[in-house]
Design a protein around this ligand. Structure first.
Ligand SMILES: C[S@@+](CC[C@H](N)C(=O)[O-])C[C@H]1O[C@@H](n2cnc3c(N)ncnc32)[C@H](O)[C@@H]1O
Length: 241
C-alpha cells in the first residue's frame, strides 16, 4: 500500500471542486437520498434532544438534517472548503450546529460525551481509521450508539463499471490497499477489519444493513442501478457497552 498519512488524505479532499460542494444537495447525492439517509434515519429513530457527532461531516448536509429533527449536533470535518461551506450555511440558517475543523483521529472534546456518533461514508477514507475509532469511542457515552456507513468492502467496483460489465469483480479482497479515486484515495480493508475494530472497543453490534434500492424507486437516473442487485454500501450500528 502506498504510504499515505491522514494529512495527505485530507489534502486530497481539499481539492474537491467548489462546484461539487455547492451542488451536493440538501439531502446529499442520489446514493445518500435513496440508500444511506433512509437507512441512517431508520436506525436512529427519534433524535430529539440527543447529542450527535457527525464525524467527517463533509459539507454538513446530515448535521443540518439531524438538527432540524431536534438533535444537538456537532459537525467535525478537516477539509477547509467543506467545513467553510458548512459554517457559511450555519451563519445564514442558524440551525444550531456546532462545527469543528479537525482530523477525527486527533479529536478531543472536553465539553461532552455524545449520545450518538455517526461516521457517514468516512472510515474508508481515513488512512489511520483505528485512531479515528479510538477517538469516536472515547467520546461516546456508555450505552451510546456508533453508526458507520461504508463503501461495501466486498463489492467495491464503481456503478459505471457494474453498468458496463454487469457484475462486480473481486480480485484481492484480503490485501489492504490505497485505491486511487477521482479525488484522493479510498483505503480498502476487509469487512472483518471493521467488525473487529468495533467489537474490540466495546461495541456491541446491533444492526447491519446492506441498503437495497426499491424497485419502485429505480426510475430515471436509478433505472437498472446496481443497488437493485448488489449493494454498494454497508451500514453498521453498534452500542458502546
Ligand atoms: C465521502 S466524504 C463523506 C462526507 C459526508 N459524511 C457525507 O456523507 O456527505 C468523506 C469525508 O471524510 C472526511 N475525512 C477524510 N479524512 C478525515 C479525517 N482524518 N478525519 C475526519 N474526516 C475525514 C473528508 O474530508 C470527507 O468530508
Amino acid at each position: 500500500m502506498p504510504i499515505i498519512g491522514n494529512a495527505e488524505a485530507i489534502a486530497h479532499w481539499e481539492t474537491l471542486p467548489q462546484t461539487f460542494i455547492d451542488s451536493f444537495g440538501d439531502e446529499g447525492d442520489l446514493a445518500h437520498q435513496y440508500l444511506l439517509n433512509p437507512t441512517l434515519f431508520a436506525l436512529l429513530g427519534d433524535v430529539q434532544g440527543k447529542t450527535i457527532l457527525d464525524a467527517g461531516c463533509g459539507q454538513g448536509y446530515l448535521a443540518r438534517l439531524l438538527s432540524k429533527r431536534g438533535a444537538k449536533v456537532t459537525g467535525l470535518e478537516p477539509a477547509t472548503p467543506l467545513i467553510e461551506y458548512a459554517i457559511k450555511r450555519e451563519e445564514v440558517e442558524q440551525s444550531g450546529v456546532r462545527y469543528i475543523q479537525a482530523d477525527l483521529s486527533a479529536f478531543t472534546d472536553t465539553v461532552q460525551l455524545f449520545d450518538i456518533i455517526i461516521a457517514n461514508m468516512v472510515l474508508m477514507d481515513i488512512p489511520d481509521d483505528e485512531a479515528a475509532l479510538d477517538a469516536c469511542f472515547a467520546h461516546l457515552r456508555p450505552g451510546g450508539q456508533f453508526i458507520c456507513s461504508l463503501i461495501h468492502p466486498c463489492f467495491e467496483e464503481s456503478d459505471s463499471v457494474y453498468q458496463d460489465q454487469g457484475y462486480i469483480a473481486v480480485h484481492e479482497y484480503f490485501r489492504e490497499d490505497a485505491i486511487p479515486q477521482r479525488w484522493g484515495y479510498r483505503f480498502h480493508r476487509p469487512l472483518s477489519h471493521y467488525f473487529t475494530a468495533l467489537i474490540r472497543r466495546g461495541g456491541v453490534i446491533r444492526s447491519v444493513v446492506e441498503p437495497q434500492l426499491d424497485v419502485a424507486q429505480a426510475q430515471g437516473a436509478l433505472a437498472e442501478n446496481r443497488n437493485l442487485y448488489v449493494p454498494a454500501f454497508i451500514v453498521i450500528q453498534a452500542v458502546k457497552s
